[in-house]
Design a protein around this ligand. Structure first.
Ligand code: ATP
Ligand code: MG
Length: 180
């Protein structure tokens, strides 16, 4: 399984439809400061179901929609499609290529699709949950996060590791249960 392409339309600084194609192996995104490199990673997280505006470096979810520039009017919606090569069947779905789309309108409505068919957020989360790329897995290490990990106290570092291993949510649930 590997990511094949990512299409952004009205997402953050990507007002016009932009498609990035990935080959198996390592992909580097290079460009000047403020050119949209981190926005690409935000789009990847967003299409996989991220619900926290802060994780996407915004104040509210609407901030993912192109807000306009001096020469271009704001847009009413953001749309991202991630296409995954599933020829090895790593994703539990009977397609060799899987596209996931998330669309959000400024009025607040959100739509999700798998291969062009409307679905629920839950369906996307379930599809990706065992693949190692879902949002529960901390596989996206953001700018500044690396320093935070390296400079953290042992207890804090443990939390990062627990999150990566997927046990943090269980620990939170246990702590909550014990408090009752
Ligand atoms: P650096 O090298 O400094 O990390 P970068 O390439 O990662 O830069 P990004 O953070 O991806 O840059 O892009 C920042 C740019 O995206 C800013 O110019 C910001 O104004 C623009 N931007 C963010 N959200 C929106 C939005 N909703 N509408 C329009 N532009 C946006
Ligand atoms: Mg950046």
């Amino acid at each position: 399984m590997h990511l094949k392409s990512l299409t952004l339309k009205g997402f953050k600084s990507f007002a016009s439809a932009t498609t990035l194609r990935f080959e198996p192996g390592i992909t580097c995104v290079v460009g000047p400061n403020g050119s949209g490199k981190s926005n690409v990673l935000d789009a990847l997280q967003w299409v996989m179901g991220e619900q926290g505006a802060k994780s996407l470096r915004g104040g509210k979810m609407e901030d993912v929609i192109f807000a306009g520039t001096a020469g271009r009017a704001p847009l009413g919606r953001a749309e991202v499609t991630l296409t995954i090569d599933n020829s090895d069947g790593a994703l539990p779905i009977d397609y060799t290529e899987v596209s996931i789309t998330r669309r959000m309108f400024r009025e607040g409505a959100t739509e999700y699709e798998i291969n062009g068919n409307g679905c629920r957020l839950m369906d996307i989360q379930e599809l990706l949950s065992d693949s190692g790329i879902g949002r529960e897995m901390h596989v996206i290490v953001g700018q500044g996060q690396l320093a935070a990990i390296l400079e953290s106290k042992p207890e804090e570092r443990r939390a990062f590791i627990e999150e990566a291993a997927g046990v943090l949510k269980h620990r939170r649930r246990k702590e909550k249960a014990l408090r009752k």
